[in-house]
Ligand binder design. Structure first.
Ligand SMILES: Nc1ncnc2c1ncn2[C@@H]1O[C@H](COP(=O)(O)OP(=O)(O)OP(=O)(O)O)[C@@H](O)[C@H]1O
Ligand SMILES: [Mg+2]
Length: 323
């Protein structure tokens, strides 16, 4: 990706934020290039929102620095803010205002001329399928409609860098798909997106690069594919037998070389250091027990496995099969 004349879209150096004894953000450094769709991934309480709040000028860092297109978020916060906007974790739309008034109000906050705000508001409402609802108060909006409005509000100043803090959390499947398409579309138009999520599947689906944050520290930064490749320890074998009884599961779990076996849908998911040996062992086991293997596969580690490996935290995003 070509570097723009005014440098990285986001540059963070040794950023810290403490709340009393708690180091919520503990010396993080990273760069996001213009045009990237960057994922900031971590479990609850990892420090994601704290970081976004500092980068968007909502709170001050305890130490370290950050710039948006070369403008320091503390010393040059006005210029930094001209380049960014944010879809916050909690809706910032006024419930008693209509969709239209929220957009006009946000435009005024960002110093966009009134006529231009109205033009952009109409375009955004049409794009996000909310134009018919422009005169309705936000308090009557569904979660998904509200999230789309908040995204529209964040686009009213035509930011070059868009921060999105958990944009799909709490939405139904259809709205999640809509919002993810929206995020991709914005990024394709050239907007740099800094997407905060605790959802590995989402990071895997959307992001060019991902930083994993845990307890205020970045434990890895790479492409989703490289992160998966890096987790050599986490090799997976998936197997289905013609009879999937609890005895079969326990039997497989106790085989030599199988670190862990868990049932996922119609498959047994095995964690091992040596997939090829595990496959032989499972074959022998099937022969001994008179079982037939109906499916066997070595899919490689999912981003979730990598996350568990790097942070020591399991089970945060079970249920969606993201590879
Ligand atoms: N204003 C505050 N005062 C005191 N502690 C805070 C404050 N804001 C955040 N924290 C603490 O800082 C840590 C990081 O919180 P943060 O909100 O950044 O996490 P997060 O990664 O966004 O989590 P989530 O996925 O739940 O949104 C947490 O331990 C939290 O309790
Ligand atoms: Mg948060």
């Amino acid at each position: 990706m070509p570097a723009s004349a005014d440098g990285n879209a986001i540059e963070i150096k040794g950023l810290r934020k403490s709340y009393g004894d708690l180091m919520a953000v503990d010396g993080i450094s990273l760069q996001v290039e213009p045009g990237e769709l960057f994922g900031f991934l971590g479990p609850n309480g990892a420090g994601k929102t704290t970081t976004v709040n500092i980068l968007t000028g909502v709170s001050l860092p305890t130490a370290g620095s950050a710039t948006i297109h070369g403008h320091d978020v503390v010393r040059d916060s006005f210029r930094a803010k001209e380049n960014l906007n944010v879809v916050p974790e909690v809706s910032n739309a006024y419930n008693e205002y209509t969709a239209w008034k929220n957009l006009m109000f946000t435009g005024a906050l960002y110093g966009v001329p009134r006529k231009e705000t109205a033009r952009r508001a109409e375009e955004l409402l049409r794009t996000f399928d909310l134009y018919e609802k422009r005169g309705a108060k936000v308090k009557g909006f569904s979660q998904g409609m509200r999230r789309k409005l908040v995204i529209a509000m964040a686009l009213i100043n035509e930011p070059r860098v868009l921060f999105m803090d958990e944009p799909t959390t709490g939405l139904d499947v259809q709205s999640v798909i809509t919002i993810r398409d929206m995020v991709r579309g914005l990024n394709r138009k050239g907007i740099t997106v800094f997407l905060t999520t605790h959802n590995l599947v989402e990071a895997n689906l959307l992001c060019d690069r991902v930083a994993i944050i845990n307890h205020g520290k970045i434990v890895a930064t790479d492409t989703p594919e490289n992160l998966k490749r890096a987790a050599r320890q986490v090799q997976v074998v998936e197997v289905t037998f013609d009879r999937m009884t609890p005895e079969t599961e326990d039997g497989v779990a106790s085989l030599a070389g199988i670190k862990e076996a868990s049932r996922q849908g119609d498959k047994l998911r095995l964690i091992t250091d040596e997939p090829s040996r595990a496959i032989s062992t499972v074959n022998r086991f099937a022969d001994e027990k008179g079982l037939a293997i109906t499916f066997i596969n070595t899919p490689g580690p999912s981003l979730e496995d990598v996350f568990v490996e790097l942070t020591g935290i399991g089970g945060s995003a079970k249920g969606e099969a993201g590879r």
